[in-house]
Design a protein. Structure first.
Length: 344
C-alpha cells in the first residue's frame, strides 16, 4: 500500500492548492494497463520538472537542466517507438508523483510528439515538439498559485495576470543556447489563436506555425480530459466535439481534422458519428452518415435528409464532406427518424 504524506498550512482552508492537488490524486483513475511511456522515463520527467520549478523560483538559469530536458525526450521518443501498445496513450499515472503541473507538462509533450509522428515529422522535430510541450507552462511558476488553482471565474485583472505566463516563460528561456527557437516559439505562442483572439502577440492564421498549433491542441485536449478538484473531465468524444467547434477559431482547420482522425486511434474512441447515425450540420441541416474512410473521420460521406427549413427531403442529397468545405458536423442526433409526414 502506497503511503502519501501531504502537509497543508494550518491557517489555510480546503481551498489551498495543496489540498486541491491531493484531491486530484485521490479522485483521478490511474491507468493500470500497458504503458506507452515507461516508469523510469516518467520518474526522470518528474525529477527534472521539480528541479526546473525550483530553479525558476530562485530566479536562476541552469543550462545543464535544459540539456537534461533534451535528453529526456530522447528517452520519450524511444518509449513511443518501442511501445507494443500502439492503440493506447496512457498518460495518467504520472499524477501519482505530485500534482497537475507535472502531469500536464509531460502529457502535452507526449501527445504533441505522437501527433507529430503521425504527421511524419522528422525525429529531431518530434523531440523538439515534445520538449516545447514539456516547457510550455514554465512561466506559470511565477503566477500566484491561488490564480492557477482558482475554482471560480477569473476577474479581468486576474486573467491578465495569468496571461503573462507565456511571456514570462519565454523570458526565462530566451537566452538559453541549448533550447532552439523552435522550442522557444512554442513557449511564447502556445496561446495564440487562429482568429487572432489569443495572446500575447495576437497572431492569426498562417502567422501561427503548425508546430505551435500542435502543442496548443495537445494543451487544450489534455486540459479538457483531465479531472481536477474543481471540474470533471470531459469524455474523449465530448472533447472531440469541442475541438471541432474551435476549428478556424482557436486552431487551423487542417490541423484539427488531422488531429481528430489520427489521434483518435490511440484513445480507442469508437462510434464517433458511426455509419447510419444522424448528425446536425453547421448549416442547420440533418444528415445520415453513409460511409467513412476511417473510423474516426470528422468528414464522412453523408446524405442530407432534412433541409435548413426543417423539411424532410423526399430524395436525400449526397455530400462528401471531404470535398464540401462549407459543411461540418456539429453533433450526433439521437432518436431521429426520417418521416415525411413531419412536413405536414
Amino acid at each position: 500500500i502506497e503511503t502519501i504524506y501531504y502537509t497543508i498550512p494550518k491557517e489555510d482552508s480546503l481551498e489551498h492548492p495543496a489540498y486541491c492537488s491531493l484531491q486530484d490524486y485521490i479522485n483521478k483513475q490511474v491507468y493500470k494497463g500497458p504503458r506507452t511511456i515507461s516508469s523510469s522515463t516518467q520518474s526522470k520527467a518528474v525529477d527534472l520538472m521539480e528541479k526546473l520549478v525550483n530553479m525558476i523560483k530562485q530566479d536562476q538559469t541552469e543550462e545543464e537542466l535544459f540539456k537534461d530536458a533534451r535528453s529526456l525526450f530522447d528517452d520519450v521518443l524511444k518509449d513511443i517507438d518501442s511501445s507494443k501498445n500502439d492503440d493506447i496513450v496512457n498518460l495518467l499515472d504520472i499524477q501519482a508523483y505530485d500534482d497537475y503541473t507535472y502531469t500536464h507538462s509531460l502529457n502535452v509533450g507526449v501527445i504533441g510528439m505522437i501527433f507529430a509522428k503521425h504527421l511524419n515529422y522528422e525525429d529531431e522535430q518530434i523531440k523538439e515538439i515534445g520538449l516545447g510541450g514539456f516547457l510550455h507552462d514554465v512561466g506559470k511558476v511565477k503566477v500566484p498559485n491561488e490564480l492557477i488553482n482558482k475554482t471560480g471565474k477569473l476577474s479581468a485583472k486576474e486573467f491578465e495576470t495569468v496571461q503573462h505566463h507565456a511571456k514570462i516563460g519565454y523570458n526565462l528561456i530566451k537566452k538559453s543556447e541549448t533550447l532552439s527557437d523552435f522550442v522557444k516559439k512554442i513557449v511564447l505562442l502556445h496561446h495564440e489563436k487562429h482568429d487572432g483572439s489569443g495572446y500575447p502577440l495576437k497572431l492569426e492564421g498562417d502567422q501561427i506555425e503548425d508546430h505551435v498549433t500542435i502543442i496548443a491542441l495537445a494543451d487544450y485536449y489534455d486540459a479538457l480530459t483531465t479531472e481536477r478538484s474543481y471540474k470533471k473531465a470531459f469524455t474523449t468524444s465530448e472533447t472531440y466535439n469541442l475541438i471541432k467547434k474551435k476549428s478556424d477559431v482557436y486552431f487551423k482547420s487542417k490541423i484539427v481534422r488531422l488531429f481528430l482522425s489520427k489521434m483518435s486511434v490511440f484513445y480507442k474512441e469508437k462510434n464517433y458519428c458511426p455509419v447510419d447515425s444522424f448528425v446536425l450540420l453547421n448549416t442547420d441541416e440533418v444528415a445520415r452518415v453513409v460511409y467513412k474512410d476511417n473510423e474516426m473521420t470528422s468528414r464522412p460521406g453523408i446524405e442530407i435528409v432534412k433541409n435548413d427549413q426543417g423539411k424532410i427531403l423526399s430524395k436525400p442529397v449526397s455530400v462528401d464532406l471531404h470535398l464540401d468545405g462549407t459543411r461540418s458536423i456539429i453533433h450526433i442526433i439521437h432518436d431521429f427518424t426520417v418521416d415525411e409526414s413531419q412536413n405536414n
